[in-house]
Design a protein around this ligand. Structure first.
Ligand code: APR
Length: 240
């Protein structure tokens, strides 16, 4: 009986940089969102309580951008890798943990995606907990489709709130053989701490437009645009 080699367990952490070439803005690059918006106003629960209309407008602008965005070659390359695992063309398992709130991974075909900062395409009702699709310009007085109370908020994790799916993420990090970050500045915790958590048991790679601030954190780095570097990296894995 041939003993199958255990599948390689790969965790990929993505940030705003993977969606930059799809036309979505990053946060901390030159011209990024946090150069034009105050995090305290649009990305905290206090900001939402203070001015829900301002926050709704900020996220409605993000949704309008997303409506015109398409997955790019980097998103598609990761979907190809996941499909290769399903087809048996790659003896591996891929989990995408994304800090992004866009749905470009899913629209590229990826299925195993964990959004630790929530998702732009849904809202959450503070009264009944429902998380309906965010259809049309959702404003503070939009009634919840489930309980009809005007208590909807973006289903997004703001600063000071607890990221989502952390138990699943911690289990995947503890078990992974390889950890790859794509398009993230590595400045926001807990995601920024993941590489330190896995360094003792996993190979680590950073793919970014710029060299990482602390290159020693990663075993390897690939510097260049995600749409060029990620397809090449996936092709190397698949031997194609
Ligand atoms: N290809 C690869 N990397 C890119 C590209 C590109 N085309 N363009 C930009 N980058 C890199 C930048 O060099 C930077 O390191 O993407 C990173 C974007 O960093 P941030 O703007 O800080 O975005 P991110 O790391 O995702 O932010 C983390 O902070 O504000 C919160 O919740 C928000 O999820 C976000 C979190």
């Amino acid at each position: 009986m041939k003993q199958h080699d255990p599948a390689e367990r790969l965790v990929v952490l993505t940030g705003a940089g993977i969606s930059r070439e799809s036309g979505l803005e990053t946060f901390r690059d030159a011209g990024g969102l946090w150069n034009r918006h105050d995090i305290a106003d649009v990305c905290t629960p206090q900001g939402f309580r203070r001015d829900p209309m301002l926050v709704s407008r900020f996220y409605n602008e993000r949704r309008a951008e997303l409506a015109h965005a398409e997955p790019n070659a980097a998103h598609r390359a990761l979907a190809t890798l996941e499909q290769a695992a399903r087809d048996g063309r790659w003896n591996g398992e891929l989990l995408i943990v994304t800090q992004n709130i866009d749905d470009l991974h899913e629209r590229a075909g990826s299925r195993d995606v964990v959004h630790m900062h929530g998702e732009l395409r849904r809202v959450r009702c503070l009264s009944c907990g429902a998380t309906p699709e965010w259809l049309g310009d959702c404003l503070p007085d939009t009634p919840c489709p489930a309980c009809h109370r005007p208590t909807l908020r973006p289903d997004i994790v703001w600063f000071g709130e607890v990221p989502l799916h952390m138990e699943r993420i911690a289990a995947a990090l503890a078990a992974c053989d390889r950890f790859v970050t794509i398009g993230t500045s590595g400045t926001v915790y807990p995601a920024a701490g993941f590489v330190a958590e896995v360094r003792d048991h996993a190979d680590t790679l950073d793919i970014n437009l710029e060299a990482p601030a602390t290159p020693t954190l990663f075993d390897r780095t690939l510097v260049g645009p995600a749409t060029r570097m990620v397809p090449r990296w996936v092709a190397d894995i698949l031997g194609s």
